[in-house]
Write a protein that binds this ligand. Structure first.
Ligand code: ADP
Ligand code: CDP
Length: 239
């Protein structure tokens, strides 16, 4: 596998072409950012741990019938993925009220959201990822009404698989962010699902097991990431 030209470098990952048409190499770097990029650090091993967790969860989702861009892991920090035409949305599913939801709306942290709430942001750093609604998504021609229904249905299905999996580990999936892309008329799950993009609480204690440890300086970030990655990736091999 030849690592070709750098196609894109984002806040936490770099994307390279390969010698295979339509297949990209995604490098998970050790960079971590929060608060719209205002807080930034480099944390040794973070890329490796997020790559391993993402790979594990993509495999789990594939086994449960969800199509993803994941193709394989040539090494600890790189993921081979199918090149997609990315949809500029951040699709967030919330099972429990937390984070920006409790800062923005009159709802107490920890409130169970049943059914889960889907919130969709426009992925645009310069515009600070503004919240969209269905009409805006269609007016901006980001998705057709049919595609929007598919994305929401996928988001709920993915949430059920992941929430059930985390429950077996004594972890509550509070909320998480997904990105989707198109290939040959189909919509696939893309990007990553990791401690950077999920909010995870130890069930019962609400102890943070994710990027909130970094955002709010709640303890040793890498110790938390390493422990969570270990619990996830050594979970029942039958998954
Ligand atoms: P950001 O752009 O938010 O700073 P990253 O540092 O995570 O993000 O960079 C990864 C980039 O790769 C993101 O822009 C993401 O949309 C894009 N991406 C993820 N999966 C794919 C894919 N399968 N094909 C093409 N681009 C992808
Ligand atoms: O976490 P924060 O308060 O910044 O924002 P949020 O809207 O409460 O985030 C909801 C979930 O989406 C959290 O799990 C975030 O980690 C994730 N998210 C993300 O991964 N990337 C973003 N640009 C925004 C949110």
């Amino acid at each position: 596998m030849h690592k070709g030209d750098l196609l894109y470098t984002g806040k936490a990952k770099s994307v390279f072409r390969t010698d295979m048409k339509g297949i990209l190499l995604m490098e998970f770097r050790d960079d971590i950012t929060a608060f719209d990029g205002k807080k930034k650090d480099v944390l040794s091993s973070k890329g490796r741990l997020n790559a391993q967790v993402s790979a594990y969860l993509f495999r789990l989702l594939e086994k449960n019938g969800i199509k993803t861009h994941f193709l394989g892991m040539p090494d600890d920090t790189h993921m081979l993925v199918r090149e997609l035409e990315m949809i500029p949305l951040e699709v967030i599913v919330r099972n429990i009220a937390a984070g920006s939801m409790v800062r923005t709306y009159p709802i107490e942290e920890g409130t169970v959201l049943e059914p889960p709430v889907i919130m969709i942001d426009y992925k645009d750093d310069e515009r600070h990822d503004p919240l969209l609604n269905d009409d805006l998504i269609i007016a901006l021609r980001i998705l057709t009404p049919e595609e929007l229904a598919v994305v929401k249905e996928l988001a709920h299905r993915i949430n059920r698989v992941l929430s059930d999996f985390f429950a077996t580990l004594g972890i509550t999936l509070v909320d998480f962010k997904m990105e989707f892309g198109r290939a040959e008329g189909e919509i696939l799950l893309a990007d990553e699902i990791s401690m950077d993009s999920m909010r995870l609480w130890e069930t019962g204690t609400r102890k943070s097991l994710d990027k909130d440890v970094y955002r709010f300086s709640k303890g040793d970030v890498m110790e938390t990431y390493a422990r969570v990655a270990q619990v996830i990736t050594s979970a029942g091999r039958e998954n």
